[in-house]
Write a protein that binds this ligand. Structure first.
Ligand SMILES: Nc1nc2c(ncn2[C@@H]2O[C@H](COP(=O)(O)OP(=O)(O)OP(=O)(O)O)[C@@H](O)[C@H]2O)c(=O)[nH]1
Ligand SMILES: [Zn+2]
Length: 210
């Protein structure tokens, strides 16, 4: 990592390969944004906007830093042998992503469960992989499947369940302009194909247990 590169995360666990947050790339993206401001009819030289292209470039790099994170590596960094075979559910994980069609935010919650098959994973790693895939240009369906596949292929549990509920700003502040619609997507493997197991997961994520 060269000294033009800033950390996006306060930790470097080996699975984050950050080479996007550097000054050369920021400057190139900022140049385009200066042009865009002019095209929008603004004066990019006025005081309030002078640093805006650089700010936008940095914000975009942050919002897409998931490309530099290795989600399977995150899981592999904290897998532990454990004789626990009940469902593990991490619910209400905040999601912030950007739709790949309009590059506008979509945001909401992810609920993730797995049934261990000899190994458990450090709990914080589940929201970390949600972030790793969310901080990219996405559609909600692919985000849901990528989280499921990563857990299934890396941890090899008896089953994985992912439900994501999000509001899409491209449907709220433009286009069809529906302020309150929420999109729900889901993806399941293994044991979660069984109605009873899936129902138990859905009960746990909707129950107010705490
Ligand atoms: N399936 C899916 N669609 C998405 C997601 N995010 C945004 N979209 C949709 O992507 C579609 C792109 O459709 P287009 O017709 O090419 O774009 P558009 O003319 O801007 O569409 P409108 O939003 O209907 O005005 C829209 O229907 C969006 O609602 C997502 O995560 N999943
Ligand atoms: Zn969109």
């Amino acid at each position: 990592m060269d000294n033009h590169t800033n950390h996006l995360d306060d930790e470097d666990n080996g699975y984050i390969k950050i080479d996007r947050y550097n000054e050369g790339k920021i400057a190139a993206v900022a140049d385009h944004y200066k042009d865009i401001l002019g095209q929008l009819g603004e004066n990019p030289e006025r005081e309030g906007l002078i640093k805006t292209p650089e700010r936008v470039a940095k914000a975009l790099q942050y919002l897409t830093h998931g490309y530099d994170v290795d989600p399977a590596g995150i899981l592999r960094s904290a897998m532990f042998k454990e004789d626990y075979s009940q469902m593990v559910v991490v619910k209400d994980i905040e999601v912030f992503s950007m739709c790949e069609h309009h590059m506008l935010p979509f945001f909401g919650k992810a609920h993730v469960a797995y049934i261990p098959n000899g190994h458990i994973v450090g709990l914080s790693k589940i929201p970390r992989i949600v972030d790793a895939f969310a901080r990219r240009l996405q559609v909600q369906e692919r985000l849901t499947n990528e989280i499921r596949d990563c857990i299934q292929d890396t941890l090899m549990p008896a089953g994985v369940a992912v439900v994501i509920e999000c509001k899409h700003l491209c449907m709220a502040m433009r286009g069809i302009q529906k302020q309150n619609s929420v999109t729900t997507t889901s993806a399941f493997t293994g044991e979660f194909a069984k109605d009873k197991t899936r129902a138990e997961f859905l009960r746990l994520i909707t129950a107010n247990l705490h």
